[in-house]
Design a protein. Sequence first.
Length: 218
Amino acid sequence: MAMSIPVALGTSIMAVTFNGGVILGADSRTSTGNYVANRVTDKITPLCDNVYVLRSGSAGDTQAIAGYVQHFISQFQAEEGERITVKTAANLVKTIAYNNKDNLEAGMIVAGFDKHGGGQVFSISLGGTLQQAPFAMSGSGSSYITGFVDKNWRDNMSEQEAMDFVMRSLKYAMTWDASSGGCIRTVTITEAGVDRRFTQGSQIPPTYGELGRDKILA
């Protein structure tokens, strides 16, 4: 029997530029309403060696888009003999999302590094609107960290500063958003290549531990 009740979908994803590249980060919880369908989902998908995409919304829809774009990029690079640019990859994702906006529920962030523009981040919202920005975030958890991100974002951060910023942002989103949680996965892309990291949920300290009792009572 088909489901007639809308299903709430949730996640927390973000990508930021730093001085020398980009960092993509995501939680690992896939939820179907109040049910956690998967605790260790990998929401960071490679489109090619130098460009990755963060997926939020319907897992099936975003996986399908990523699969098509991977195919198009593979064909392009085989014919042209060179790496695709981050902007071109983002436009491929945008085109599919926009042309099928009435049938898809997909919010995606494309980020990567190329010799023309360095580290770049492109956000593709529901409906297929493409926007380039120094950082982007999406998913249900993003609404809980808007103030924190606006206050603490700085241009030209070092790689370590950007990683700390992404980890703290996702930790707060996972704390307050019931549809986000599990582990944290990150991908760092620079001219030197790609570095993937995985942080178990048990290694992510509770948010309330950052506040001393005197600060709570103040």
